[in-house]
Structure formats: C-alpha cells, structure tokens
Design a protein around this ligand. Structure first.
Ligand SMILES: [Zn+2]
Length: 175
C-alpha cells in the first residue's frame, strides 16, 4: 500500500444526503488524506420524512463511535454543521461530550435536528456544556434551529448561541 499522503487545499466541504453513521465512518477514516485548509464541514440529510436509523436494527448498531476530534484529517476545522442527521446526539457526545478529547479549534457547532428528534440533541448539548466547563476547556458557539435555540439553559449558563436560519450553513431546501 502506498504511504503517500494526499493533501487537499479546499476550505469547505458540504456533503448532502448522508446519514450520521456515514459521518462517523468518515471521521474515523484512516485514509491517507488530509485537508489542511478546511475550516467548515457540513453534513446534511435532505431526505423527506423521518429517518429510522436510530430506532431500527440493523441500522442502530451500524453507528461506529467517533474515537476523537478529527484533528488529523482537518487540523484547522473551526465550523461543523449537522442538518437533519440521524445519530446527532451520539456525534455531539463523541466529539464534545463527557470523556471527549479537547478540540479547541472548533468555534461553531451548528445543529438542525429533525423536529421530532430535538430532545436528545438538547440533552447531549447540555452535557457538552457541563463537561467543557468542568474541564475548563473552551466551549464552541452554538448555532441552533428554533426548537433548540429557545431554551432557558443557554441563558442560565452563559452559552453563546445563535439562531440557525433555514438557509444558513447549507445549500438546499429543508421543510
Ligand atoms: Zn439515518
């Protein structure tokens, strides 16, 4: 196998019609690639209706936990956006939640979960706030869809949150 390291000068990647388990595989990849200039990564699932991945075997067990922030692939990535992605709570928890490794480069985490799935991502984000504060590590700003944005917890804990508009952070039409 070649040991050649591929480097890509692009600064932004937006992946559409992808599921959360594909995102975890992507971040866990040991491919000989590197994106040293990439600052923004967006994963979007524009599928209509609900996604049953988190509720249905064998899909539920297909998710592979993300081992660490993707500093090897994306050493300067500062913005991560997940739109309607299944497994959003697990992704958030793996990358930033209790037991996660430091990821000070991440400045903005933008989330628009499916409407019916808002509570679990909210709980995962609360855990992120508590964990980062306990570790005295920097907390990224959150850009959140209205169902996550309008929560008293952010105010009470001094979290920097903004509203994620429909057409903010990705190309496409989401109902
Ligand atoms: Zn899915």
């Amino acid at each position: 196998m070649s040991s050649r390291l591929w480097t890509h000068p692009i600064s932004l990647i937006s992946v559409s019609i992808a599921h959360g388990d594909q995102f975890s595989l992507f971040l866990n990849s040991t491919m000989q690639s590197r994106f040293p200039a990439l600052t923004s990564l967006t994963f979007t699932d524009l599928g209509q209706g609900s996604c049953d991945c988190e509720r249905t075997e064998p899909f539920r067990s297909i998710y592979e936990p993300i081992r660490a922030p993707p500093l090897g692939l994306f050493p300067v990535m500062s913005s991560l956006t997940l739109i309607r992605e299944c497994f959003t709570p697990r992704i958030v928890s793996d990358l930033l939640g209790p037991g996660s490794h430091p990821w000070p480069q991440l400045e903005v985490l933008a989330l628009r979960p499916r409407v019916a799935d808002a509570e679990n991502p909210y709980a995962a984000l609360q855990d992120v706030v508590r964990w980062k504060r306990s570790q005295e590590e920097p907390l990224p700003s959150f850009k959140l869809s209205p169902n996550l944005f309008e929560r008293q917890f952010w105010v009470e804990n001094g979290v920097n949150v903004g509203l994620l508009e429909n057409d903010d952070g990705f190309k496409g039409r989401v109902p």
